[in-house]
Every structure is written in C-alpha cells, then in structure tokens.
Design a protein around this ligand. Structure first.
Ligand code: UDP
Length: 324
C-alpha cells in the first residue's frame, strides 16, 4: 500500500510536534507548514527526512495552496496552526482572527482540490464563560463577541461555521475536535499558560503568578492523550462522524489546587503572587467527553499528577536547572 501523506499546519508548535511524531511512528510521510509565529523549528529536531518543513503562513492563499506542496497531495490535513495561549493570541488579535478564519478557508480550498480529509483543531474557548457545566458539544456557549479573547473565541467559532458549511454544501470530509487545556513537553517556556508559567516559576524559585482568587477551574489534558484522540478521530469511518468532538481530561481543578499538586510533587511550599484576573477569563471549564468515549472509545490515560511530573522534567531540561 502507498505510504499515506499528512499535512500538519502548525506542526512546529507544541501539539503539532507531538502529532507529527505520532504520524511518523504510524508510517505517514509528513509535510509541516508553520510560519514559526509561536512554533519552533527545534520542536522538529531529530526527525530527519521523515518530515518536510515549509515556512508557510496559512493566511496567504497563494502560499497555502496545492502549488506549494513539493511532496504531492496530502491524504489528510491536520489544521493546528494558530496561537492558542491567551497572551500570545491577544498580542496580535487581527493576526489571530485571520489565521483562524482565512487560514481555515485556504485549507478547505486545499482539501477540496486534493480530495483530502481535513481535521480542524477547535477549542473549548468556543464555549466562552460557560453557563452549562460540564460542557457537552451541544452547548452553544457564552462568548463576548468584542472582548480581548474574541479574536480567538470568535475566530474559532467562525472557523467551525466554515467547516460545517463545507461539509454540508460540498460534501467535504471535515472533522472538528475541540481541545481543552492541554500541557506537556514541547511547550515553550514563555508560552504564558498556567501550567508552563507555574512550572517555570517553581523551577526558577520565583513566586507562582495566580490570576484572580485562584478559585477558577480548568481541566488539564496531557498531550499524548490528546494526540491519541485526534488520531482516533481521523480513523473514524466517515459515516459515523456526527459533529465536533470534545477532547479533554474531565478531571477539574481550581488554580490553587494546581499549586497544591505542584507542591506535593516538588515536596516544598511554593510562594504565590496574586495578579488581577484577565478580562473575560472563564470561571470554570470541564469537558463532557461522552461523545469521544462512545464514538472513539477514547478517554485520557495520564492523570494530572503524572503529567505534571513529566512536564516539570521537560522544563527543567529546557531551562538547564535541576529537578527533584
Ligand atoms: N492563570 C494563572 N496564572 C498564570 C496563567 C494563567 O492563574 O500564570 C489562570 C488564568 O487566569 C485562567 C487559568 O489560569 O483562569 C488558565 O489559564 P491559561 O492561560 O492556561 O488558559 P485558558 O484556559 O485561560 O485559555
């Protein structure tokens, strides 16, 4: 059988770098498109000829097209290209919105011209500050359309709309997964999300920055679990896909509970520095993963304590400090 070819946009980013490795391990030829806005070439180190890298901005319709694919048409496209950490996606909100919406439009054109399946990374942020808890896929969300988070929330919502319309009107095989807070190796030390900020602060003997009271909750998924879910969704028989699938770990923690867990792992008390809560910061978030369980037979395997241990080891190596 001919070797399958996957295109991973955002493949040099945190999640992309894991997905690329998992695809190579499954025998795929992989092309990565990444403009290195938040991704890093070093995340793909050691992969040699198994991966073809091209510096492509998916907003650019000329660049993100069939002509640019030096290694032929892909069978499947994974769209992971977009800054996802609040400080990063808010730094250049117009860029974020364009990447979400214009980017996915270009990839939908490409998928149509190649006859490829498109797997689109959406986000729990489309639920906004949720009034339904936990969040099932059927929940429409509670999103501020003009706030500082909207470039990402509304960008990803518009991208879902476009994917759903391409599916309905053009019969394209588009599948959406909604990622809940994910963490693990290959996160950038300056990523700006809570787990990377806390790990880096703890390892460099600085106070942990807690935003607001620390009573807000999140549900943290270890990256290998997420990637497994994405690959299972890609393998699902086409006729069984019936709309977006939440991929996240339903274990729910307050931010202060996260501090306590890090204290347990590190065996010492950690200093905290309180900061104002950012605008529109969701008060709680937890996935209902019933659909992923029944459709994909998927559920997370790595619990937060174990995932944090591995992540601390990774950050310690990145920062050149000792851990444990
Ligand atoms: N947060 C925090 N300290 C940090 C970074 C984030 O207390 O250094 C809080 C943030 O206000 C939010 C939660 O942790 O309530 C998760 O934030 P993150 O940026 O990781 O992801 P989000 O779920 O907001 O996209």
């Amino acid at each position: 059988m001919a070797q399958k070819h996957a295109l991973v946009t955002g493949g040099a980013g945190f999640i992309g770098a894991h997905l690329v490795r998992a695809l190579i391990a499954r025998g795929f030829r992989v092309t990565v498109w990444d403009n290195l806005h938040t991704g890093r070439k070093k995340n793909l180190e050691g992969l040699g000829d198994a991966v073809f890298f091209d510096n492509i901005d998916i907003r650019d319709s000329k660049a993100a097209s069939l002509e640019t694919l030096k290694h032929g048409k892909p069978d499947v496209i994974f769209n992971l290209a977009c800054p996802a950490s609040p400080p990063h996606y808010q730094k250049d909100p117009i860029y974020t919105w364009e990447t979400s919406v214009l980017g996915v439009r270009n990839l939908l054109f490409l998928a149509e011209s190649c006859g490829a399946m498109l797997l689109h990374a959406s986000t729990s942020e489309i639920y906004g500050d949720p009034q339904v808890h936990p969040q099932p896929e059927s929940y429409w969300g509670n999103v501020n359309p003009i706030g500082v988070r909207s470039c990402y929330d509304e960008g990803k919502r518009a991208a879902e709309t476009l994917c759903a319309d391409y599916r309905r009107h053009k019969n394209l095989d588009v599948r959406i997964f909604r990622i809940f807070n994910t963490y693990g190796e290959f996160m950038h030390p300056d990523d700006g999300r809570v787990i990377s900020n806390f790990c880096v602060a703890a390892l460099t003997q600085k106070p942990l920055p807690v935003y607001g009271s620390g009573q807000q909750t999140r549900s943290f998924c270890y990256v290998s679990d997420l990637v497994e879910g994405i690959l299972l969704l890609a393998q699902l028989p086409r006729e069984l896909y019936d709309g977006p699938v939440n991929l996240g770990n339903p274990g729910e923690f307050t931010i202060l509970e996260l501090v306590k867990l890090l204290e347990k792992i590190l065996g010492r008390t950690l200093a905290i520095e309180y900061h104002p809560l950012p605008a529109d910061d969701p008060k709680m978030r937890r996935p209902d993963i019933s659909r992923a369980k029944s459709l994909l037979g998927w559920q997370p395997q790595v619990m937060l304590e174990e995932g944090l241990r591995r992540t601390l080891e990774y950050f310690a190596a990145e920062l050149g400090v000792s851990y444990g």
